[in-house]
Design a protein around this ligand. Structure first.
Ligand code: FDA
Length: 395
């Protein structure tokens, strides 16, 4: 005999736990199945252990999807302010770090505890270390087969996340279930991920490993972010690069403006007036890390001249180079270090109000498994909360 429940949720991550709590509190019997030992493993890792749980400026424009309108309804019905209210209700202290990003003051564990308490209030049963052997559709809904057990559910919610960080339990399970039930899955790729560099450039730039600089970075298509860039021993990282990586296509170059705030022309002219014999290198080092200027010289981007030797044409060339430094990444670090997965279950096959499949009644997809991906800065958790809430109203 199989156990009978209203809702089975696959995945005890951000979306799965939040959906379970809401559905349980609304009176549904809910079981959450997860292949891992601990619930909310990515939450615990997130935001450097402090979980950037939402963003005060969350809005549809901060999400990538083949259908950019899809996320609007859920984000409008369960907003960042709703989740902030929940965090306040649990007495969790938090602060704004930058750009509307809200982080716990203490630990990401507090967000996992919040979700588990909410699940408790809804009498949700969590079955960790569950290996799902098969899922079958039948007249009563879905039969979920586990080793030594079967669960019959009226509704099945797939909240198994994307492919990023396989070390934290990521699997393609959700995509396989979608395909099994005839839903289209869009090609996936790593997002919010560092760039790797081709060897000759890497050999020069890896000496800068650990150095950061504020930049504006842009794709060939004109998408740009003004944040910090970090040089690493593998290539380029930091918020500016992670953000841009979600918009970058293999083979494209990126353009880096190393002086996003300063008028370099005015700066160089003023410096030439007061220190004509100063080297260009020392002049630029007033605004850029010295080792970066040295690397730019090694790469032939900064001539070894004094300010008075620098002609007007050379000055203009230098400005163009420093404001549009073209780098062609070799690729990205891939799912191993990516924060998110772009692509996934095609939203065309889902209701934007409920996250339910239009072809398979009772089958829902929430969170990162679907083709909705947010920017860096709390947007992805907000999508997990909003999509989970929308689904929980319907199951
Ligand atoms: P999530 O991945 O959280 O959960 C999926 C669950 O399904 C996991 O528990 C997994 O074990 C389980 N599962 C997978 N396959 C299964 C199978 N076959 N059987 C059973 N269970 C299975 N976002 C943000 O907004 N702010 C932040 O600070 C960060 N920081 C951050 C840091 C790092 C290191 C990473 C990797 C990611 C972030 N993110 C983030 C992104 C954020 O973590 C992510 O978008 C959400 O966790 C997605 O929530 P989901 O519930 O959809 O998937």
């Amino acid at each position: 005999m199989s156990e009978q429940v209203d809702v089975v949720i696959i995945g005890a991550g951000a979306a799965g736990l939040f959906c379970a709590a809401q559905a349980g509190q609304a009176g549904c019997s809910v079981v959450v199945l997860d292949n891992g030992k601990k619930p909310g493993r990515k939450i615990l890792m997130s935001g450097g252990g402090r979980c950037n749980f939402t963003n005060m400026y969350a809005e549809p424009a901060a999400y990538l999807s083949n259908n950019p309108h899809f996320c609007k309804s859920a984000l409008a019905r369960y907003t960042q302010w709703d989740f902030i209210e929940l965090v306040n209700r649990h007495g969790i202290p938090y602060h704004e770090k930058a750009l509307g990003q809200l982080f716990c003051d203490n630990s990401a564990e507090e967000i996992v505890d919040l979700l588990l308490k909410e699940c408790d209030d809804g009498n949700v049963r969590l079955r960790m270390r569950s290996e799902i052997l098969a899922v079958e559709g039948n007249d009563e809904g879905f039969l979920i087969k586990l080793a030594g057990a079967e669960i019959q559910a009226k509704s099945l919610v797939v909240a198994s996340g994307g492919l990023s960080m396989p070390g934290l339990g990521a699997t393609p399970f959700g995509y396989k279930i979608a395909e099994q039930f005839g839903l289209p899955v869009l090609p996936t790729r790593a997002g919010l991920v560092p760039f790797t560099l081709h060897k000759p450039l890497l050999e020069v730039l890896q000496t800068l490993s650990g150095i950061a600089a504020p930049v504006t970075i842009a794709t060939e298509g004109g998408m740009s972010f003004k944040e910090s860039l970090l040089f690493t021993h593998r290539g380029l990282s930091g918020p500016a690069v992670l953000q841009l990586s979600s918009y970058w296509q293999p083979g494209e170059s990126v353009s880096i403006n190393l002086f996003p705030e300063l008028n370099i022309d005015d700066f160089l002219n003023a410096e030439r007036e007061s220190h004509p014999n100063q080297s260009l290198k020392n002049t630029l080092a007033k605004h850029l890390p010295k080792r970066l200027v040295e690397c730019l010289q090694t790469l032939g981007k900064v001539p070894e001249l004094t300010l008075k030797q620098l002609s007007a044409t050379q000055q203009q060339q230098l400005i163009d180079t420093l404001q549009q430094w073209q780098i062609q990444p070799n690729g990205t670090e891939g799912y191993r270090t990516a924060e998110v997965t772009l692509g996934g279950v095609d939203t065309k096959a889902l209701s934007s109000k409920t996250m339910e499949s239009s072809q398979v009644p009772g089958l829902y997809f929430i969170g990162e498994v679907m083709d909705v991906t947010g920017w860096l800065g709390g947007y992805n958790f907000q999508w997990a909360w909003s999509s989970a809430w929308a689904c929980a109203q319907a199951v």
